[in-house]
Ligand binder design. Structure first.
Ligand SMILES: *Cc1c(COP(=O)(O)O)cnc(C)c1O
Length: 377
């Protein structure tokens, strides 16, 4: 196969081809290049002063991925008892764990409390009551609603409150025996619109001021996740985003503010290559259909909501335009349309690039297909 050099580096490509050549694992499976993760982790946060990076575990909770991230000293953002249990099994200290899920189950809250997690997000009075009951005295931070325009995976409608309500929630938390320390937001996942961070920080600044007027001196701003990765289109670089974010942060907010960040996709996304096999092809009407052994239900869930992947096949056949579908019998299991690829043969490999994030974590065993295994390379 020819190296698609704008998407993957030579060393990743060599490792992928080597693994495929030597592995007896039947496809589909996901390869994760540790070197890419290490590079991304050293890049993220580098250009933002006072920052602390907490990996959003939901992007890829594979135990070996988490073990590797733990070994390079990153923190973690979790949302459930399942995510907590994996980190506990790796011995991750509670001081390196936060939870930014604004609505937590009681089961999770109790387990997080007994493990010693000390940072909790919220955005409602009912959550304040839960937090006051189960994690009294803990550090809490309020989720502000911010624009998600230009993000491939907007999150703003489900969570977050406007400035006035956020200010009240901070005061309510204090009155309830909690320790309100800060503000959080999420600009939307795969966010290619640098202005979202700008707007979000200005909103956070307004909230910070109102809180200060009411005698609350907040110490932390959690700027969430959202850094984009390269799927099929060029995206704004992490360095560029961080330089802009850093500039506006310290223009507006006090110099001793602690910055948390929770990247998920950007840490693991482009470290992943799905190895899959062509299992069928046919012509239906005027469409060429290609069926492969990984699908919407076994990892490529984000494809149905706008993420477009890059595919590589080893074939030297004639270029055609394909509709690519997964192996299940559900009509939702169509991964992509209008994909130009050389015509492969049944049994040929098809590689799916930048597939390390939000793939395995979404996979189910629907229709009897196993969840693909993950291998670190
Ligand atoms: C999912 C999530 C993240 C990670 O977002 P990415 O876009 O993958 O970087 C961070 N914080 C919270 C609260 C999340 O829910």
């Amino acid at each position: 196969m020819k190296i698609p050099s704008e998407y993957v580096g030579r060393s990743t490509w060599e490792k992928v081809l080597n693994h495929i050549a030597l592995s007896e694992e039947p496809s589909p499976y996901l390869l994760i290049d540790k070197d890419i993760i290490r590079d991304k982790v050293s890049l993220i946060g580098k250009n933002i002063k006072n920052s602390k990076v907490l990996y959003a575990v939901k992007a890829n909770p594979d135990i070996e991925v988490l073990e590797f991230l733990n070994s390079i000293g990153i923190g973690f953002e979790i949302a459930s008892e399942g995510e907590l249990q994996i980190l506990a099994s790796l011995g991750v200290e509670p001081t390196r764990i936060i939870t930014s899920n604004p609505v937590k189950t009681l089961k999770f809250l109790k387990q997080a409390a007994s493990y010693g997690v000390n940072y909790y997000a919220y955005d409602s009075t009912s959550e304040v009551e839960k937090l006051a009951k189960y994690v009294c005295g803990s550090n809490v931070y309020v989720r502000l609603s911010v624009p998600n325009e230009g993000s491939e995976w907007p999150l703003s409608k489900k969570f977050g409150v406007e400035i006035d309500e956020a200010a009240e929630l901070l005061l309510t938390a204090k009155d309830s025996g909690l320790n309100p320390v800060g503000i959080t937001f999420h600009v939307g996942s795969q966010c290619n619109n640098i202005y979202n961070w700008n707007t979000a920080i200005l909103k956070a600044k307004s909230l910070w001021d109102i809180a200060a007027k009411n005698g609350l001196h907040l110490k932390m701003l959690n700027i969430g996740g959202g850094y984009p990765i390269h799927y099929t289109k060029d995206v704004v670089g992490i360095e560029t985003i961080e330089q802009k974010v850093d500039a506006i942060l310290w223009q507006k907010l006090p110099a001793d503010l602690e910055i948390f960040m929770e990247p998920g996709r950007a840490v693991v996304g482009d470290a992943g290559v799905f190895v899959s096999t062509v299992i069928g092809k046919t012509r239906r009407g005027d469409e060429n259909w290609l069926y492969i052994d990984v699908g919407v239900f076994t990892g490529l869930m984000e494809s149905i909501s706008g993420i477009k992947y890059t595919y590589v096949v080893g074939s030297r056949g004639k270029i055609a335009t394909w509709t690519i579908a997964g192996p299940s019998c559900d009509s939702l299991d169509v991964i992509d349309r209008g994909v130009k690829l050389p015509e492969p043969e049944i049994g040929n490999r098809i590689l799916i690039l930048s597939s390390g994030a939000y793939t395995i974590s979404y996979a189910s065993e629907f229709n009897g297909f196993s969840i693909p295994r993950v291998f670190l390379i």
